[in-house]
Design a protein around this ligand. Structure first.
Ligand code: SF4
Length: 326
């Protein structure tokens, strides 16, 4: 048996390139914005993390996330080139397509992505993103990526509840995705429901039926998928703001190998019987005043964590994704 085949798999390792974005979308869990601070993942960090982690794990896919990962094209290309050196089979990124304003720029960006080794591009296209980015920009960017021969192009859209639920956002999103599907039949459309955390709490709660106190367990932590932000904070891929370590201080593979969801002081609560309501109890013990109801389990979880931040330094990080500085 080869050394590679006995390594444990990591389905996806994501580098959160920057919290900055061209947009300030109403639903953004990360609260990305043009006003976020100027910090970015450095190529040297990506090299160091991958050198360490690929010695011990089989990394199936690397993703570059934001904010908008293409805000600094030269940096992104350096990061992809570093990644390519480690023979990762899939390299991808989501983008809002803002760079499709002009044909020549769209072609330049798409060609650079292809040359650097990207084989998957996801376009975020829905009512939230199209408040900021004209659909024509995205169409130009999709065309340019398709022309390079990049294998997989995804259309990623978010809805409120299921896509059939009636509200002005879903009507708009369905209209947009229908247009894109017709014009670009080679794209795969993926729709998922917004989770009420981050900026969605400020903007979208009124569009959800309010539940009393959700008691669901959070099931996202089972899949081996991790994300690292510019300051080295490591999260499970599915939820940012609950740290399992800092890769600038401890080796990333050590952080991943030691991660046991049930033993984590915050994650342990949300995966146990009683689910997110355990986190509510913890927050109430420390002085949090419960609301009468929440839009979903993430709404409760995020609200409790936002309150608990001062009690959990180095775990409920970074401030970029929460409402209040400590
Ligand atoms: S329940 Fe909590 S931990 Fe799970 S995805 Fe929602 S906000 Fe994240």
């Amino acid at each position: 048996m080869s050394a590679e085949s006995i390594k444990k798999p990591i389905n996806m390792l994501t580098f959160l390139v920057s919290y900055k974005c061209t947009n300030e979308c109403k639903h953004c869990a990360l609260q990305a914005s043009p006003n976020q601070e100027e910090i970015t993942v450095e190529p040297e960090d990506v090299r160091k993390y991958l050198e360490d982690v690929t010695k011990n794990y089989l990394v199936r896919e690397v993703n570059f996330f934001g904010g908008e990962p293409l805000l600094n094209l030269d940096l992104l290309i350096c990061l992809i080139e570093e990644t390519k050196k480690f023979d990762i089979p899939k390299i991808g990124l989501p983008t809002n397509g803002y760079w499709g304003k002009h044909d020549t720029i769209a072609k330049k960006y798409a060609n650079k992505l292809k040359e650097a080794g990207v084989n998957l591009v996801g376009f975020s296209v829905d009512a939230f993103h199209q408040e900021f980015i004209p659909l024509d920009f995205v169409k130009r960017a999709i065309n340019a990526v398709h022309e390079t021969g990049i294998e997989t192009i995804l259309i990623i859209a978010q809805t409120i509840g299921s896509q059939n639920d009636k509200n002005p956002f879903n009507d708009k999103t369905n209209e947009i995705t229908n247009i894109i599907s017709k014009e670009f039949p080679f794209c795969q459309v993926i729709k998922s429901g917004v989770q009420v955390k981050g900026r969605a709490i400020k903007n979208l709660v009124e569009y959800f039926p309010i539940l009393t106190i959700p008691k669901d367990k959070c099931l996202i932590f089972k899949a081996p998928m991790f994300m690292i932000d510019p300051n080295g904070w490591v999260f499970h891929q599915g939820c940012q703001g609950i740290c399992i370590g800092n890769a600038k201080k401890t080796s990333l593979s050590k952080i991943i190998s030691k991660f046991e969801p049930r033993k984590h002081p915050i994650i342990g609560k949300v995966v146990a019987k009683g689910g997110v309501s355990n986190l509510l109890e913890l927050a109430i013990e420390k002085g949090y005043k419960s609301q009468n109801g929440y839009a979903d389990k993430c709404h409760l979880c995020f609200s409790a964590r936002n309150f608990l931040r001062p009690f959990y330094p180095n775990i409920l990080e970074p401030s970029n994704v929460y409402f209040y500085e400590k």
